[in-house]
Design a protein around this ligand. Sequence first.
Ligand code: IPE
Ligand code: IPE
Ligand code: MG
Length: 259
Amino acid sequence: MSHAPARPSSAERTPLHVPHHVAIIMDGNGRWAQKRGLPRIEGHRRGVETVRTTTFAARDLGVKMLTLYAFSVENWKRPQDEVGALMGLLEYYLKKELATFVRDRVRLRTIGRTEEMPAGIQKLLRATIEETKEFTDYTLVLALNYGSRTEVVDAARAYAAAVAAGQEKLNDGSWASFSRYLYTAEFPEPDLVIRTSGENRISNFLLLQAAYAEFVFTPVLWPDFTKADLAAAIAEFNRRERRFGLTSEQLKPAAAAVK
Ligand code: IPE
Ligand code: IPE
Ligand code: MG
């Protein structure tokens, strides 16, 4: 019997830096269905399954916060039957997942104008958020009726009200104080933003918060997105150098010193 040590996996040789917060623009449900001659809603139904698998895949890979773009403010303009079906699916998902979130210790939070969502969904969201609030190790954030522009408008309005009430001083205004009025006030910024389906755009998602995020665009349609695709995006994230406005040399002072 050989006692030679097992060849280290590539992950052991160069430990992956796992992004703390991953945000995903889940796109391509409609095309997934159309390719198969199925109604678009069938793609959304499969997309919900991918939400479920990705929630746990991300945690397995070491991610601490996962934000999923589930419904944009612009999505209300889709045909009424599709909007109705999406709301029905969301309700079904929330009802089914509550027990799983509690069992598997997933904290649920939302961003967006959820007060404009159907009353039944709001009730389920409130209950789920309340019942999972202690599970701070891993957080799933659903972006629902979310849009960056409405977020800025809402934040500006709340900020102005705080200035009027004397709680903020206009002259001291800084990003640090203003960003406390965004929906994401208590969340760290996303490190990695992934968009599926081959579209290379942001579609009004986390425009301010992703100011220094890395972007990975994949042609995979959301219902086909797997843990391996997520791992590949994280590997790609590891090949990037985030400079935050600095130079490479500033980021590697030790390496620069020996030159
Ligand atoms: C993403 O899939 C789900 C939502 C936007 C709710 P789409 O429904 O946008 O799928 P495509 O882009 O039409 O393929
Ligand atoms: C972005 O996808 C919104 C969500 C994923 C919820 P869309 O399909 O709505 O975006 P566009 O219309 O292609 O930009
Ligand atoms: Mg789309």
